[in-house]
Design a protein around this ligand. Structure first.
Ligand code: FNR
Length: 405
């Protein structure tokens, strides 16, 4: 599989016309494009440029949410219900952005959320994202729905903070093989995504009658897996439709239950995190089941429409766990101020989702780098103006809940 690209594009984007439009052609300057004023400013503008750069179906698959997208909207609205409480004259010339999560040192309090099928945004997909994240020192959570294999992504990222995100499909031998590969390719933790026993019903995709998988996007972990390939049979090698059909049959797994977790716990000493937690009950159960941390998330509003906004669920999850338990959050993070609010309300770090995909769609690796750099600057400035000394020590006293919103 090495070097393979699942849908046949050349993985080379220095001459990408989309990059040229932004003045980034051939740009290797880590400080960004030659014409910085041409970068989008703010998340709405990035989204808008990404929509222009991608086909309608691909953009909708990335941007869309389940059902009528009530939860997608709620994720953003929840941030408006909290306001920052700054302290002046704080003497905080030094404000430290770094965090330590389960033994992993990160220079910034955000990780890249696991996002599948990134070749929809750009032919280099996860490889471009891995290079951008590694250059910025940002930890990356590699998706099981990636278009490239975890080994290829590991090579692009190099040594450093990578975690592997597992979808526990209904074929235990395939799960076993994926977990063993994740360990062998030196991922530092395993994130089990638990909110997706099936893929949510998304109106935009229904309207477009669209799924990226039959075209070969998002199935790179499977098509590179020896057990999966054995299941597929030799006749179907290279047939992405057949592979996507088999993934679809394997994917649905409503039977997975807490009792199964001990199998995973016994298989590896790596830290385990559970992604998709929205209640105090599940937070407590995850701890009892041997997870080392939780990720408060509703999958960016893509799974169950009408479910609570992730930020709204954070206080009860934090309260249910000890102060030193690891709690991460995603779903709706768009600006540095969002990150700081989430840290203040009670998480240890956040995951950045769609914004980096929009950077990827607009300008490949350089676009992702720009998004990461901007996010870092915004967090730094927010902490500074807030009068905070470090990302690790922003607490509830730095936010207030606005009632009636
Ligand atoms: C996701 N997400 C996701 N999560 C996961 O555990 N495995 C995956 O393969 C994917 N794939 C995926 C694809 C796309 C296009 C999106 C937008 C999201 C969910 C992701 O990890 C994260 O929870 C959300 O992206 C957070 O929401 P925002 O901040 O992007 O709105």
């Amino acid at each position: 599989m090495a070097g393979s690209n699942p849908h046949g594009h050349e993985p080379q984007r220095e001459d990408d016309p989309r990059s040229q439009r932004l003045g980034t052609s051939g740009n290797t300057d880590p400080d960004g494009p030659s014409a910085p004023e041409s970068w989008p400013v703010g998340s709405a503008e990035w989204e808008c440029r990404a929509r222009e750069a991608m086909g309608r179906q691909s953009f909708d698959w990335i941007a869309g949410g389940a059902g009528e997208e009530g939860t997608l909207r709620a994720n953003r609205e929840a941030f408006d219900r909290w306001a920052l409480r700054p302290r002046v004259l704080a003497g905080n010339a030094e404000h430290d952005l770094s965090v330590e999560i389960l033994g992993l040192q990160a220079p910034v309090p955000f990780f890249l959320a696991p996002i599948g099928a990134q070749t929809l945004a750009h032919p280099d997909g996860e490889l471009a994202v891995a290079r951008a994240a590694a250059a910025a020192g940002v930890p990356m959570i590699v998706s099981q729905a990636a278009s490239f294999s975890m080994e290829e992504i590991a090579q692009a990222y190099g040594e450093g903070p990578r975690w592997y995100q597992l979808y526990w499909v209904n074929d235990r031998e395939v799960v076993e093989s994926l977990v063993d590969r994740a360990i062998a390719s030196r991922h530092r933790a395993i994130v089990l995504t638990a909110d997706t026993p099936i893929v949510g019903l998304r109106d935009r995709d229904a309207r477009n009658a669209y799924s990226p998988f039959p075209m070969g996007h998002g199935i790179g972990q499977y098509t590179s897996d020896p057990v999966f390939r054995r299941r597929l049979g030799t006749g179907a090698e290279g047939n992405s439709q057949a592979a996507a059909d088999l993934v679809a049959r394997m994917f649905a797994n409503y039977s997975l239950a807490w009792a199964d977790v001990s199998w995973l716990r016994d298989r590896t000493d790596l830290p385990l995190l559970l992604k998709g937690i929205l209640t105090a009950e599940d937070a407590r159960r995850s701890r009892d089941a041997g997870f080392d941390g939780v990720i408060v998330s509703n999958h960016g509003g893509r799974q169950l429409d009408g479910v609570i906004a992730a930020l709204d669920a954070l206080p009860e999850v934090r309260e249910a766990l000890d102060g030193d338990s690891v709690v991460l959050l995603d779903s709706g993070i768009r600006r540095g101020a969002d990150v700081v609010k989430a840290l203040a309300i009670g998480c240890n770090a956040v995951l950045l989702g769609r914004p980096y995909l929009y950077g990827l769609a607009v300008a490949g690796r350089a676009g992702v780098e720009h998004v990461l750099r901007t996010m870092r600057t915004e967090i730094d400035t927010t902490l500074g103006l807030l009068g905070a000394h470090s990302a690790r020590r922003v607490d509830r006293a730095f936010v207030t809940r606005i009632h009636g919103l």
